[in-house]
Design a protein around this ligand. Structure first.
Ligand code: ADP
Ligand code: MG
Length: 309
C-alpha cells in the first residue's frame, strides 16, 4: 500500500543576500517528499541548510523560488493552512522564561484561536511529562524539560505533522532518550515526523527514511535500510589461537588495523573482497579462529563519502 505524501517540495531554492553584495545559496534545487506517518530525517553538518528548509515551511524564512505543498496546501496560496498543518519545534528555545508551561501553552492556543473548551493543555503537558512543572517558571526547567516544552508548544493546535530542528543538540544522553521516546509516542499516534540532526546514530535509530543535505544540495535520499546497505567498509574482529602474519598487500582493499598476539582487527571493502578469502588465508597459516565479530560501520561512512566534494 502506498501512503500519500504529506509534504512535497519541488525545485526549492533559497539564496540569502546580505546588503546586496555577499550571497549564500542555502538550498540548491531541493526535491523531496515525505509520506504520511513516517519519521523522516534530514541529516547534514552545520550550515547545510537544514534550518533554512524548516524555517521556510514555518514561514519565518521566505523561499527564493520553488514549490512547497504541505498536507495538500500550497505554501504560496494557502500559507495559513500550511502553518495550521505543522507544528515546528525550533532549534533555539524561544519562550518567555517568566511564564509557566501551562501559561505558555494557553497563550499559544490563543494565538491559534483555539477556544478555551477545545484546548488540550493538560493532555499535552502529560504527553511531554511536564505535569509536575505545569505551574513553575519556565526558566526553572532543565534543558531537557525546556526542549519538551517546545514540543508541547508545537502540538497545541494538534497538527498532523511535527517538525523538530535538532531537538537533541546540547541535551545530555539520558534526556535525549526521553525526548526520542516522546517523539516516538507522538509518531505512533499518527503524527508524521520530520527531524533534523547531525547525530548520525540518532537518525539511524529513529528514521524510516533519511535525506542528506550538504551545502544546500540533497546528496542522498533513501530508506535508512538502503543507506546502510550502501556502506562499503566492513570491520572484522578475530580472536585467534596465535598471531597471524597477514599483511595489507595480500588482498585489494584489505587494511590491518591491529595484529596482536591473539587478536586481529581488519577492514575491507565489501565490493572488492569477501570474508571467505580472509578466513581461508588465516586457516592456511595454520591459525585457529576462535571467534569472529563484524561491524557494519554506520551512516557516518555513507555521510562522509557523500559529502566529500
Ligand atoms: P543548518 O541548519 O543546516 O546548520 P542553516 O540553514 O542554518 O544550516 O544555514 C545554511 C546556510 O545559510 C549557512 O551558510 C548560513 O550561514 C546561511 N544563513 C542562514 N541563515 C541566514 C541568514 N538569515 N542570513 C544570511 N545567511 C544565512
Ligand atoms: Mg540549523
Amino acid at each position: 500500500m502506498n501512503k500519500k505524501n504529506v509534504l512535497t517540495v519541488k525545485n526549492l531554492n533559497k539564496v540569502y543576500s546580505k546588503n546586496g553584495s555577499k550571497q549564500t545559496k542555502a538550498l540548491n534545487n531541493l526535491n523531496l517528499e515525505v509520506k504520511e506517518g513516517e519519521i523522516f530525517g534530514l541529516l547534514g553538518p552545520n550550515g547545510a541548510g537544514k534550518s533554512t528548509f524548516i524555517n521556510i515551511l514555518g514561514g519565518s524564512v521566505i523561499k527564493t523560488d520553488g514549490e512547497v505543498n504541505v498536507w495538500g496546501f500550497n505554501l504560496d496560496k494557502n500559507p495559513r493552512q500550511v502553518r495550521a498543518s505543522i507544528g515546528i519545534v525550533p532549534q533555539e528555545v524561544n519562550f518567555d522564561p517568566f511564564f509557566s508551561p501551562r501559561k505558555l501553552l494557553e497563550l499559544q492556543a490563543g494565538l491559534y484561536g483555539i477556544k478555551t473548551k477545545d484546548r488540550i493543555t493538560n493532555t499535552i503537558l502529560k504527553l511531554v511529562s511536564l505535569e509536575d512543572q505545569a505551574d513553575s517558571y519556565a526558566r526553572s526547567l532543565s534543558g531537557g524539560m525546556k526542549r519538551r516544552l517546545l514540543i508541547a508548544k508545537a502540538m497545541v493546535h494538534q497538527p498532523p505533522i511535527i517538525i523538530l530542528d535538532e531537538p537533541t543538540a546540547g541535551v545530555d544522553v539520558e534526556l535525549r532518550t526521553t525526548l526520542w521516546e516522546n517523539v516516538r509516542s507522538l509518531n505512533k499516534q499518527g503524527v508524521t515526523t520530520i527531524l533534523t540532526t547531525h547525530y548520525l546514530e540518532e537518525a539511524e535509530k529513529m528514521c524510516d527514511r533519511i535525506g542528506i543535505l550538504s551545502e544546500g544540495n540533497l546528496v542522498a535520499l533513501d530508506t535508512t535500510k538502503n543507506l546502510l546497505e550502501r556502506i562499503q567498509t566492513k570491520i572484522v574482529y578475530f580472536i585467534l589461537d596465535k598471531k597471524t602474519n597477514i599483511k595489507d598487500d595480500l588482498f585489494e582493499s584489505l587494511k590491518i588495523i591491529s595484529n596482536e598476539e591473539k587478536k586481529l582487527v581488519l577492514s575491507y571493502e565489501k565490493s572488492k573482497l569477501s570474508i571467505d578469502k580472509i578466513i581461508a588465508e588465516i586457516k592456511k597459516q595454520g591459525v585457529l579462529i576462535q571467534d569472529i565479530s563484524t561491524d557494519d560501520g554506520d551512516l557516518e561512512d555513507v555521510f562522509l563519502r557523500l559529502t566529500k566534494s
